[in-house]
Design a protein around this ligand. Sequence first.
Ligand code: AVJ
Length: 320
Amino acid sequence: LPGAQLPASPAALHLQPLARWREITGALLAPQASISPKYFYDQRGSELFEAITRLPEYYLTRTERALMRRHGGAIAEAVGTGRVVIEPGAGSCVKAQALCRRLRATHFVGVDISADYLRGAIERLRMALPGVDARAVAGDITAGLQLPPDIPRQRRLVFYPGSSIGNFDPLQALALLVQMRALALEGGALLIGIDLPKDRAMLEAAYDDAAGVTAAFNRNVLVHLNRLIGSDFDPRQWQHLALFNQAASRIEMHLQARAAQRVRWTGGGRDFAAGERIHTENSYKHPLPAFTALLRQAGFASVQSWTDARGWYAVVHARA
Ligand code: AVJ
């Protein structure tokens, strides 16, 4: 887009870290345009994701919850009680609360980039479990997180439920698992949820529900970007796509241009052809043996797992 001019008010540019602007616009300008799935979760996006977890087609959340209930005793026995539970991307801390109760955890550390939301969640956890020393830490584990020095170094358990690891390609996932092992320290452990490979129709329905909630969630990323980089995306011009890529064992979400259009943002822009796609998310479905191998590569030992009767989902415990 030659000669793209700055908008009347380039204030957005000053309020944003330049690094984020560069990251977002760089990805939009690549031959295959993409948006990182981390930008799904503004206020509206977080609400839409909550709604997704209650959809009949989205089996993940309720399958994990049932697994944690059904095997809660065995999991607690394997993990051990009196743990220091650390949850990266803690969000509402609802799952952590159940786990901390079950494990009679001594400490809980919720880590999230959205610090305001996290503080409220930690407050609720403290009310429900007054015996637990609960802390909110603003941070991002993918960016080399440092915990406050008074968090005990013994008996740490990194908790990463919800199959969020699926958003990372295998190499990034390996790097993240290495980070988690470093966070757990010697004698610590990881408890992680993963979604398993399954029938294409079932996967595609889970990411393209009949009520259109996932489509709204996908399109909302454009509204969020409009605020972040001062872009003028029209979400109605973009069609939600969810496709299972069998070779890579991942669900891909895309936004496909309904017509040729020009999108401008602060300091730039791009033309999109009709039918052109922006890749917005990968959600990997790791076979359990492959994921176990990844854990071992990351330095974890003695991997144990629990799977539901239908083989849809797994909760995995690995010692650091
Ligand atoms: C939050 C990454 C686990 O991949 O299933 C839900 C996000 N995207 N529907 C997933 C998501 C579309 C979700 N994770």
